[in-house]
Design a protein around this ligand. Structure first.
Ligand code: PMP
Length: 407
């Protein structure tokens, strides 16, 4: 993408004009959440001002308009990840709720004492704890795929962990700490040889690389709107139709039923079976708007530009003495985790903040991974397509100053 195009894009994000302590904001915390383009915020306003009414079964005009918007959003989300059917998209509160849904409902239907679930060392807590809770409930075991020194999955170890007791593999598409893009297609192919389903946590993938759930053959794929320039509080679970039909509802309430009597309740068809209560139909509408915005720029363009930014930042970071980068995988997304010498990551983050630069510090909700390095945490810079090489230059000069002060 050209400089002109990036400037054009930046103009869509009003927050990038903010001054932080009288300094230009440099926002490098995109893996935690992304900023919102004007069209997404305006979509929320328009929806509340012009079509707000509770959805489904309403005979009146506004209810039908709001229902249409929510259901069109489902079609947009399905198209974005190339799902075969729009009914395979369930709106959730986000990635975390989507994983909890599968852990609870799949766990209920298909897991028993002695069974095993496989995750990896680089998972976010939201792809560890729901499985741990399932394991505790059912007397099951969590198995963990180790990683190599570059932060790539040990595929041999993965193969050897799969066995007759394995019920499901749940793996990040892209690590939020290391940036590693995992070979999910290969992971799924290997699991499917043994008829084991795979859930892919796509929270850090959908904003950065093209995703095709049918081509990768994922059984479940989950992500959050707020990490792809959409609103907070909404996300999606993709599930193959056969699985969504085979597992029980996650929550009970309105919308998810077909008939209710005190003797027996029957459930609605998918996707409604998994959307109990009033869904966030305004959020889903804005989520779809964000996806259209991203599609207009083009994920291939985004991936290429962010790759360029990440390589540039990596090269410049290596100018700094004592620099340690965690995650040097051959296939890597727009995330750089690092430490300088023995300087505590919080100190670096706090001083960078005073210079207007937002980075994240700590364990990034991946404590087992951070513990495996024997470190207290990292500083993490994560990029989006509205970031620039000029911002990286300012960041590097600021970091050099901070390191000078703290050394
Ligand atoms: N998985 C990964 C890889 C993530 O990066 C995150 C968010 N940091 C999550 C899951 C959880 O997403 P959310 O908090 O939106 O549910």
């Amino acid at each position: 993408m050209t400089k002109q195009e990036i400037l054009h894009i930046r103009a869509d994000f009003p927050i990038l004009e903010e001054k932080i302590y009288n300094k230009d904001l440099i926002y490098f915390d995109n893996a935690a959440t992304t900023q919102k383009p004007r069209c997404v915020v305006e979509k929320i306003e328009q929806a509340y001002y012009h079509i707000n009414a509770n959805i489904h079964r309403g005979v009146h005009y506004l209810s039908q308009k709001a229902t249409e918007a929510h259901e069109e959003a489902r079609t947009t989300v399905a198209g974005f990840i190339h799902a075969a059917k729009r009914e395979e998209i369930i709106f959730t509160r986000g990635t975390t709720e989507a994983i909890n849904l599968v852990a609870t409902s799949f766990g209920e239907a298909f897991c028993k004492e002695g069974d095993e679930i496989i995750v990896s060392l680089m998972e976010h807590h939201s792809n560890i704890v729901p499985w741990q809770m399932l394991c505790e409930r059912k007397g099951m075991k969590l198995q963990v795929i180790p990683i190599n020194e570059r932060g790539e999955l040990d595929m041999e170890a993965y193969r050897s962990l799969l066995n007759d007791k394995t019920r499901l593999v749940s793996i990040a598409h892209v690590s939020n700490v290391l940036g590693t893009i995992n070979p999910v297609k290969e992971i799924i192919r290997i699991a499917h040889e043994k008829d084991i389903p795979v859930l892919v946590d796509g929270a850090q993938a959908v904003p950065h690389i093209p995703v095709n759930v049918v081509e990768m053959d994922a059984d479940f794929y989950v992500f959050s709107a707020h990490k792809i320039y959409g609103p907070t509080g909404v996300g999606a679970l993709y599930g193959k139709e056969k699985w969504l039909n085979a597992i029980p509802p996650y929550q009970g309430g309105g919308e998810m039923i077909a008939t209710v009597t005190f003797e027996k309740t029957t459930y609605n068809v998918i996707p409604f079976k998994f959307e109990a209560g009033t869904p966030d139909y305004i959020g889903s509408t804005a989520f779809a708007e964000a996806m259209r915005y991203v599609q207009n720029i083009g994920l291939e363009n985004i991936a290429a530009y962010e790759h360029e930014l990440t390589n540039y930042a990596t090269t410049r970071l290596m100018e700094i003495e004592g620099m340690r980068i965690f995650g040097t995988a051959a296939e890597k997304s727009a995330v750089i985790s690092f430490l300088v010498g023995n300087i505590h990551p919080y100190d670096v983050g706090m001083l960078l903040d005073k210079l207007g630069i937002a980075v994240r510090t700590g364990h990034h909700c991946a404590q087992p991974l951070i513990d495996s390095f024997g470190i207290p945490g990292t500083v993490r810079a994560s990029f989006a397509f509205y970031n620039t090489k000029e911002e990286i230059d300012v960041f590097i000069e600021a970091l050099k100053r901070v390191v000078g002060m703290l050394s």
